[in-house]
Design a protein. Structure first.
Length: 439
């Protein structure tokens, strides 16, 4: 154990100096005395890896000489490496190199963790160092550490949440203003909530990576982004949002991770990201703008909700620095944080076995017997109808709208029902089909 009188600085290397990296650097400088008191030794930023030198980075409060393009050399002379570059490479290689040279790593890299987390965990274990990544999901919200540590003595059954601020902002504006998808995305871009190319957000890739990390921690099983069923919000229309409002619901892009028991008695986990209607009475319905919120259901703890800003320089830096303090204390006092926990090794179930509910809006012929034909299809697939409403058109040959909400069934049965209904002669078309969650 290092003696308290040892005031040799712990060397911190920062990889990346974008929005988050700049905030991390500035907060490290501004809080140097407090960090030293909390940790027991001071922190010293020995270098910041950047793509190009010579830019004005005075906002970091660091001297120009600490900035370098030699990231590979930088990670070999640090005790703690903070990676906020993002992406798969060179981030993975730099993290592995840092481990080899005895450095603990703090990362915000959700994409890398969701693709190759086990490799990083194994390398950290082999070299006796820490891997922390609180900032990889939900920005400033303390979420991963409660799953990883606080709930380690409990059994988590479900994680349900909004983990992408961009899509939440877009859907919130569609609900509150009646805007279409494209208009809402343009507004999000103008305000800096969405990238110039918003694909990663609006098509659900960002949320899927975060869902993989959440499921891995919650269910002690290895889950990758490729295991996650993913649907984005680009097909959500203003009419879908209005239909949700008619049901006193809102549309949200949800990450859903749940432990499921099959008819065989075996257990598995369902991990999915898709838009869904949720009742306005549900706490997630009130999550506005670019905020994130996550529900965790555990056997003993019951329902827990975590809410706050899910992105941004200072909020994300807060989560990064919390991890830096944790791993720095381990360097000073000895010991390591939790390693990978994948002992349960539960299989990830195909989307067809997920249990959910559907909202359907059908344009049908306005004549007797239509509802009976539609109901017969539901019955044939073992899907029970919870609610049905018919809005009758005008005129002898007009069509009518049939609105149906189902009880819970497998997604496979629900999808098959929709396909067969679409082929009925009395059905002009399926105008909307969306899952319903949160009840």
């Amino acid at each position: 154990m290092v003696q308290a009188s040892d005031q040799t600085p712990l060397r911190v290397a920062l990889l990346g100096c974008g929005v988050v990296g700049t905030s991390v650097a500035r907060l490290l400088v501004e809080g140097r005395d407090d960090f030293a008191a909390r940790i027991g030794r001071p922190l010293e930023v020995v270098g910041v890896a950047v793509r190009r030198e010579g830019r004005d980075r005075s906002e970091t409060l660091l001297p120009p000489e600490v900035f370098t393009t030699d990231a590979e050399g930088l990670v070999t002379r640090a005790d703690i490496v903070v990676e906020v570059v993002g992406g798969i490479e060179p981030a993975r290689s730099l993290i592995l190199r840092a481990f080899e040279h005895g450095a603990s790593v703090v990362t915000a890299n959700k994409a890398l963790l969701a693709e190759d987390g086990p490799t990083l965990y194994e390398a950290a274990r082999r070299h006796g160092v820490d891997l922390y990544y609180e900032a990889s999901v939900a920005g400033a919200i303390p979420l991963l550490r409660p799953l990883r540590e606080s709930l380690a003595g409990d059994e988590v059954s479900k994680v349900l949440g909004i983990v992408n601020g961009t899509t939440n902002y877009v859907l919130d504006k569609m609900d509150s203003t009646g805007q279409g998808f494209s208009e809402a995305v343009e507004q999000a871009q103008a305000l800096g909530y969405a990238e110039a190319d918003p694909t990663a957000d609006v098509e659900g890739f960002d949320a899927a990576a975060k869902a993989a990390i959440l499921a891995s921690l919650a269910f002690h099983s290895r889950v990758t982004a490729a295991d996650v069923h993913r649907e984005g919000i680009s097909e959500v229309t203003a009419s879908d949002v209005r239909a949700a409002a008619d049901m006193d619901c809102v549309v949200k892009l949800l990450a859903i991770c749940e432990r499921t028991r099959l008819e065989s008695g075996d257990e598995g986990i369902s991990v999915r990201v898709h838009p869904a209607m949720i009742p306005r009475t549900h706490p997630l319905a009130g999550v506005r703008e670019a905020f994130n919120a996550v529900f965790v259901e555990a056997q003993a703890a019951g329902e827990l909700m975590f809410y706050g800003p899910g992105a941004g320089g200072d909020p994300t830096a807060s989560a990064v620095l919390g991890d830096v303090v944790a791993v720095a204390r381990h360097r000073v006092l000895g010991g390591l944080g939790p390693a990978e926990s994948a002992y349960a090794d539960l299989p990830v179930l195909p989307m067809g076995e997920a249990r959910t509910r559907y909202y359907l809006s059908l344009e049908v012929a306005d004549r007797p017997g239509v509802l009976a034909q539609v109901a017969e299809v539901f019955s044939r697939h073992g899907v029970s109808i919870q609610q049905v409403r018919q809005n009758v058109g005008e005129g002898e040959e007009s069509s009518a709208e049939l609105v149906i909400v189902t009880h819970t069934a497998t997604d496979e049965a629900l999808a098959a029902t929709v396909r067969e209904i679409s082929d009925l002669e009395v059905v002009v078309g399926v105008t909307s089909a969306m899952r319903v969650e949160g009840e």
